[in-house]
Design a protein around this ligand. Sequence first.
Ligand SMILES: *Cc1c(COP(=O)(O)O)cnc(C)c1O
Length: 428
Amino acid sequence: MRPDEAARLIDLVHTHGSPCYVHRLDRIRAAAAELRAAVPADAELFYSLKANPHPLVVEQITRLGLRAEASSTGELRTALAAGQRPDQVLYTGPGKTPAEVTEAVASGVELFSVESVTDYQRVADLAEDAGTRVRCLARVNAGQATAGPGLRMSGAPSQFGTDLDRIGELRHPDRDRFAPLIGCHVFSATNIADGDALAREFAVGARAAAQAARSLGIEPSLVDLGGGFGSPFARPGNRSAYPHLRAALTGLLDAEFPTWRTGAVRPAFESGRFLTGESGTLLCTVLDVKQSRDRTYVVLDAGTNVLGGYTGLGRLLPPRAVPTVLSTPDLPGEPRPLDLVGPLCTPADVLARAVTMPVPPPGSVLAIPNVGAYGLTAALTGFLSRPLPAVVVLDGGGETPASARPPGRHYPESPPPVLSPLPARTIG
Ligand SMILES: *Cc1c(COP(=O)(O)O)cnc(C)c1O
């Protein structure tokens, strides 16, 4: 990292406290352009708010013409406040509550991905109650597996979607009236760095979507093939490059949905991490360095309470953060294996095991790169009731924080959760 860049980040820590997230909107713009180039030219692109629902991030994504994929009232409100048109939003999720669906319909959301007969019936009933019509995508569990390094979300048994061999059960005239099925939705894997593996995943998904449409007896107008676009987490590196993917997708759409070139069937793709992963950096400070037996522990003021990446769930990403030391770029001492741990009172609060670097003394400011997706949203923010970190959003290399909103606002905008004790109550 250039010295002036490091100095600027250290300044942000002085101003906004440590730990502190920094998101750069210019990197999101670059990612969105790359994603567009990787898929057919007139495909719809959805941004999964769960990766990073910061209002300024969602506002930027919206200005780039990407549509929001929301799975809760909170995400929906964020999307609408950021300027998303409700008729552009795709509402997804395996456990939509009646209250959520009611609010979504009342807000003007017109497109729902439905995961089961019950989920579909609920959406249809609530659309009818509201005296309106919505449109639905049948989410399909594709039922086939291709090998890939990412976390598969369907293929084998899955809590997501409806198995391909039962998908026909979704179709019913009552549901059709207020919530017609206009297409299919597949999302089977995430973070697939290899372009060929990703193309194979899309091929399986497209075939499943086409078969599902036949089983349902519908002429789909929208086919959401999901995502899986890769981006590194908490270590240096770049988004995956997919130079051949557009051609592969064009071929498989020709094979499975021959009318797509006329515009009769619109393909859609989704991403969270590819769009925002590289945009985010977590700045934190070394509190202590201690030796225990043969291990050196570096205790940071940021742990799994502010940095998720699903590690807290024991899935997907082993703890292997690789930070840059900003405050002393040329640390004396030989690189040696260090365990980076957070401040939480659990041995599970580990951001890296045996990362090789010179020992950063207490007070050092570290930067953990590529944490713009699933940084805060997948973190155990309630654990130990620490305050949420400030989130600073920058645009370009200039000094001005993006938009008129002050930098360093806490996210979410409501006060941190779980800090108020339950009222005392005597039982018996
Ligand atoms: C989580 C999710 C995504 C985004 O996944 P990324 O790996 O962040 O791209 C897209 N679609 C659905 C349905 C999801 O659940």
